[in-house]
Design a protein around this ligand. Sequence first.
Ligand code: FEO
Length: 172
Amino acid sequence: MNKTIEEALNKQINAELYSSYLYYSMSAYFHSLNLEGMATWMKVQTAEEMTHAAMFNDYLLERGGKVKMTAIDAPETEWASPLAAFEAIYEHEQKVTGLINHLVDLAIKESDHATNAFLQWFVSEQVEEEASADGIVQKLKLVAGHGSGLFMIDQQLATRTYTAPPNAPSIP
Ligand code: FEO
């Protein structure tokens, strides 16, 4: 497979694993605040990001590329407030959208139509990821850190469950 694309997809595996690591760290942070619903939401997000990494991994292998795992940066472990944590997620997902868009640009430049087609699922997924983080940011701003509002949001986020996308490989 095209070496530039191979290298870029490997970098994306690292970025998805970092996202998974970041959300796992946030899950522990919310657990320490007794906000178990938010901790659950983060654990589901951790699993989703692991699935994204697996999708890039399997795609590379399917195309005869070489998978190279590299060191994952350590995520933050503390945030100033639940709102600050969700704002950090929103910013993080905006950065990931930029990475995906850059990959699409590269696939087009290299005339790699298969990779472009593979990436389109991630283009749509990023719209959802940004909207979902921003939605929670807006709700947290509305309650402005007040206990009962925070408790209600926490209860709502506790209902999130993990569903693998239909095109996702199983990790084990
Ligand atoms: Fe894998 Fe949150 O994007």
